[in-house]
Design a protein around this ligand. Structure first.
Ligand SMILES: C[C@H](O)[C@H](O)[C@H]1CNC2=NC(N)=NC(=O)C2=N1
Length: 98
């Protein structure tokens, strides 16, 4: 069962992401990050790899792509806020983009 992140989990799981380049979305319990790549092929390759994990975990990003840029927003629609699935997918995206 997915639950909203507790205050403790926000300290342990969310804070490192916010220190590492993710930001809270104004007015929403959601995080966002813009990833830049060398070109469209790299950006789309990242999206393809991330999509496989998103589908495996049944947890899907809100995202957009323009050429070499992918803007990602993560939140859990089922709980109307951030859950551990968002921090898990954010960490996966970090490793896929690096
Ligand atoms: C029915 C299905 O399990 C749900 O709609 C899943 C699909 N992907 C999802 N993705 C995200 N980001 N949040 C959700 O709550 C969510 N729920």
């Amino acid at each position: 069962m997915t639950e909203k992140l507790s205050d403790t989990a926000r300290d342990t799981m969310l804070a490192p992401l916010l220190e590492g380049g993710w930001e809270m979305v104004e007015g929403r319990d959601a995080i966002t990050r813009t990833f830049k790549f060398a070109d469209f092929a790299d950006a789309f390759g990242f999206m393809a790899r991330a999509a496989i994990w998103a589908e495996k975990w049944n947890h899907h990003p809100e995202w957009s792509n323009v050429y070499n840029t992918v803007k990602v927003t993560l939140t859990t629609h089922d709980v109307d806020g951030l859950s551990a699935l968002d921090t898990k997918l954010a960490r996966k995206m970090e490793s896929l983009a690096s």
